[in-house]
Design a protein around this ligand. Structure first.
Ligand code: PEP
Ligand code: MG
Length: 587
């Protein structure tokens, strides 16, 4: 929860209206709208004067040369372990850039039609994309994406900025308004301080929403038409708890929300007192509260929240927003940094979960149905060199702390076997080079595909620990794309099938004495804390911002009193009944 109330805010005369979406980050933000879109959409269209033509052509040529050398640099810097697709893709981009269609025709358009360089380039891109769309060969048809990517690179070179919005003098009071944001876009926002985010698209457990939550600022997704209804600079109130957006609020409404924002801030301050308190229920049951991170620098917040470890390090975020792949040494440094700074507290490093809504620049191999495609462990096993590089980096870092290795999206026995074989191979290569590592490093698996939850005994036999990824477990159980706001209303953590799988996984793992955690968003959802405790969960991993509120709830709960109620909820087949029982449990 975060509160940002710029002091200079004054009510504006424009009409006030309210939009509803799904609240992502708690708290209330009050600030001015900054409309965000990808570089391509931000291109300005204007006519230039005849005497400006040569200058404009030069500007275009300079940008093309800049991108040409960027691509050459990237090609030269590719590590030998880089997948073949990466090389092919860079070659293709260099070829497209050098083709007269992209490097010469826009110059002619600048001259003949006197349009600015960006406009000329986008016109030519639209023309080429249309041509590609008419091609029968599906492979060639898809190459239009490469044209767009090359053009975006040149546009960026001309604009002189990356994807992030241009710096604003009043960022603290700025609310980013976007049609959609990718997890990679959100990572760029990590470097800056904004008051809040709102998007038209997106579900509450999309990775975009997860990163928004990790920024610890109010955010709303799934607002549908916000981007087209809001104008730059309009005054906005983002209520990230209720999922309510108020545009151009009146003076009274503004006053009321300022009061609420202050109240939330003071609740937050009070919670900080629990930082060093041990998480124990009223009847003395100890609970482990760990944190989820995306980047090494998130560790400060983890410590600030008093987490007992890192239950999920989503390493794929190290791979986003860049045109190369982090090499073994770079990854090693990142993992070592986290391991060292957590001291003897466990650090659970999840191997790459690329694919679906997170892909490496340009190397999109997710296929027609990304969530069901070549994602996570499937992707890693298809790219053994990339996987080996990461495993070696993790193993090398394991001597510097208490690292555990976690494999995402396992469904098949052979995936477990192959992942374990890859770890063995990584260990052997390190042994050959006499590099030390923690030989007894624990290897766990994420339970996030129903198939894994339903064949849990196999996974428990092979793995040292389990972590339930409820975000994906819900997505795959209910066949709902977690990034698609058109089906966001069907994304239901209380669906009997979901509760059954979660309760059963925790119960079976406890009986087999296999450590089990929940690291999906459910772990940081206050309304689910008692239910999960009642199911027998003793290890939660969540975003650090949620940790103290969850701890407070645990401190006020007696497991003995809620166990039977939780069991009733997991056995009911009526979701409304489950909701009723849950609100009684939380009363
Ligand atoms: C999950 O699926 O619940 C999970 C924790 O992994 P991610 O959100 O990164 O897919
Ligand atoms: Mg997942």
């Amino acid at each position: 929860m975060n509160v940002a109330v710029p002091s200079e805010i004054s009510a504006v005369a424009s009409a006030s209206f309210t939009l509803h979406g799904s609240g992502v980050g708690g708290g209330i933000a009050i600030g001015h709208a900054h409309l965000f879109s990808a570089a391509r959409l931000e291109v300005s269209h204007y006519e230039i004067r005849p005497e400006e033509i040569e200058n404009e052509v030069r500007r275009f040529d300079d940008a093309v040369s800049q991108v040409r050398s960027e691509l050459t640099g990237l090609q030269a810097g590719l590590p030998p372990s880089a997948p073949a697709e990466m090389k092919a893709f860079l070659n293709l981009h260099a070829m497209l850039l050098n083709d007269a269609n992209l490097s010469t025709v826009p110059r002619d358009l600048i001259r003949s039609r006197r349009c600015n360089a960006e406009w000329a380039l986008v016109q030519q891109m639209d023309y080429l994309v249309l041509q590609f769309e008419e091609v029968d060969d599906p492979y060639l048809r898809e190459r239009k994406q490469d044209i767009v990517q090359v053009v975006e690179r040149v546009l960026k070179a001309m604009l002189g900025t990356g994807h992030a919005p241009a710096a604003s003098v009043r960022e603290e009071g700025v609310i980013v308004v976007a049609h959609d944001l990718s997890p990679a876009d959100m990572m760029l926002f990590k470097q800056r301080k904004f008051a809040g985010f709102i998007t038209d698209l997106g579900g509450v457990t999309s990775h975009t929403a997860i990163v928004a939550r990790s920024l610890n600022i109010p955010a709303i997704v799934g607002l549908h038409h916000a981007r087209s209804m809001i104008r730059e600079g309009e005054l906005l109130i983002v209520d990230g708890r209720a999922g309510v957006l108020i545009v151009n609020p009146g003076a009274q409404v503004l006053e009321e929300y300022r009061r609420r924002a202050t109240r939330i801030e003071s609740e937050r301050r009070k919670l900080r007192r629990l930082r060093t308190t041990r998480a124990r229920t009223l009847d003395g049951v100890a609970v482990d509260l760990q944190a989820n991170i995306e980047l090494p620098q998130d560790v400060d917040e983890v410590k600030e929240a008093g987490a007992t470890g890192i239950g999920l390090f989503r390493t794929e975020f190290l791979f986003l927003n860049r045109d190369d792949l982090p090499c073994e040494d770079e990854q090693f440094e990142a993992y070592r940094k986290v391991a060292r700074s957590m001291g003897n507290r466990p650090v659970t490093i999840r191997t790459l979960d690329l694919g679906a809504d997170k892909s490496i620049n340009g190397a999109d191999r997710a296929g027609p149905n990304p969530a069901l495609g070549l994602r996570a462990i499937r992707f890693c096993l298809a790219e053994p060199q990339m996987f080996l590089t990461q495993l070696r980096a993790i193993l090398r870092a394991s001597r510097y702390g208490r690292i555990r290795l976690l494999v995402p999206m396992l469904a098949h026995a052979h995936e477990v076997e192959n992942a374990l074989a890859a770890v063995r191979q990584a260990k052997e290569t390190l042994d050959d080079e006499r590099i030390q590592f923690d030989r007894r490093i624990a290897i766990g698996g994420m339970i996030e595909v129903p198939a894994a939850a339903l064949s849990l005994r196999y996974f428990m036999r092979k793995l040292d620990f389990l972590s339930i990824g409820t975000n994906d477990l819900i997505q795959y159980t209910l066949a709902i794309d977690r990034t698609d706001d058109a089906v966001a209303h069907l994304y239901d953590p209380l669906h009997p099938a979901v509760l059954h799988l979660v309760a059963q996984t925790i119960g079976l793992a406890n009986r087999a004495r296999t450590p089990v955690a929940v690291c999906g968003e459910m772990a940081g959802d206050l309304s689910m804390t008692r239910l999960l405790l009642g199911f027998g969960l003793r290890q939660f991993s969540m975003h650090p911002a949620q940790l103290l509120a969850i701890k407070q709830r645990i401190l006020g709960t007696s497991v003995a009193e809620i166990r039977a109620q939780a069991a009733r909820i997991s056995h009911t087949h009526d979701p409304d009944k489950a909701r009723q029982l849950l609100s009684r449990l939380n009363a």
